[in-house]
Write a protein that binds this ligand. Sequence first.
Ligand code: SAM
Length: 283
Amino acid sequence: MDRLYKPSKLSEILSKYGFRFTKSLGQNFLIDGNVVRKIADAAEITEDDNVLEIGPGVGTLTEELALRAKKVLAVEIDEKLKELHKETLDIENVKVIYGDFLKIDLDKVLEEEFNGESFKVVANLPYYITTPIIEKLVVSDINLISITVMVQKEVAKRLSAEPGNKDYGSLSVFINYYTDCKYKFQVPQTVFMPRPNVDSAVVTLKMLEREKFDTEFLFKVVRASFTTRRKTILNSLSNSKLNYSKEDIRRALELSNISPTRRAESLKLEEFMVLSINFKSVG
Ligand code: SAM
């Protein structure tokens, strides 16, 4: 049987069902078996794993995941793919549900489909909503083990950036709080149909266990610190929406052992955490 990643097979299926790509839904389908296998390898999927895929498209990656996993649950927004899926995803351990991933009641779906068991996310994400999807996954109180996703290369760099790197920003700190994120490999535009205008890359995010923490305030401090990247942390925080006097900011930095002349891009997550705690004692 021909696999869906074969361009001739994919074209045949698409024309059989009269499928038209919707650019606004980020529909760029994979047409390279190597990349499909490399994504599944990076996710370390075994026969014990439940897998959640966001945006199966025709089902190219889904097919590979189904061969390796216990069960694959795929959430697709485009109901025009429903008829086509009856042919491509008529696979025993695959279930497709139709809806907007950002709007579905994740807890309910996971309870129904995985009986609350742990699961991994694997996806070639629609690029227009990469960050909201990852945010929804990491902040939800769900039994998630890891996320392996293909995203725009620039976003992959920001997600996985370390302090001191030019791509390091509030998104990197946020991701670093919830996960251990690793940049895996770059993917050229040529492996998609149609070709996107940007390069892509795959990242893996392994979920971390954290003690209870006031994350709302922590990320307020982080965002405020990065408002003016080129300025010192003292000036950046003083010019931000964070409501503290320059003296209080100076004091909180001192208590945290952070020099006021440093820049936000040099601060590790742990330093931001200490700083956010000390703000509470000076305010
Ligand atoms: N997994 C397929 C592949 O690799 O060939 C398709 C990936 S394509 C980049 C993104 C897919 O996400 C499309 O099928 C698109 O319709 C779907 N999608 C877009 N927005 C979505 C949303 N909010 N919820 C669920 N799926 C969505």
